[in-house]
Design a protein around this ligand. Sequence first.
Ligand code: IYR
Length: 221
Amino acid sequence: MTVPRFLPLDFTERPAAEMSERAALFSELMRRRRTVRHFDARPIPDDVIEHALIAAGSAPSGANRQPWHFVVVTEAAKKAAIREAAEKEEREFYSRRASKEWLEALEPLGTDADKPFLTTAPVLIAIFLRRFNLDAEGKRLKNYYTAESVGIATGMLITALHYAGVATLTHTPSPMRFLNDLLDRPPDERAFLLLVAGYPSRDAEVPDIGKYPLRELATFV
Ligand code: IYR
């Protein structure tokens, strides 16, 4: 049995007016986040990516198991290999695997099997989900709520990058097993998402789509 240890909480309580101002400013900042599909090749400073990853790693997780691993890819040859493998899966997806209903749902986004952003964008972050951790003796420890935990960490990563001024694209080639091979991750880790990050290209356009307003996205009882 482990005896739990506790520390005093470090928490900043703010006056209501300051809370309101911060909440409103932050929602305005987040409202302007857009998923970007056209990237510039200019590099992003390493420390920006590193700090965003530290922010993501602060996410809550089931039993604090932190069931994630992030692989940051900037090497051109690696990005090219990922693009080739992803486009192979995507061609299969768009021509055979996707249902008519799914393809119709994607129409407003204007996506297709070509993924040039995988080689133009300066950074790809492959996010892996670990269903097990290894303890000190190498024994498998089951992790809990892994999809929820990695989803939250991914959201925090996207938010941290957006806050710093980095545009992202959540890319989900399916299946993503090729990422384990290309990035040398063990077979018990599951590729969860490929986050493309960088500056948008100067002529970047985004689909004319919106988000639900508060009264539709939430119910107050
Ligand atoms: N993975 C494909 C298809 C795709 C699926 C969803 I759901 C999207 O929101 C966007 C695209 C692709 O990346 O094109």
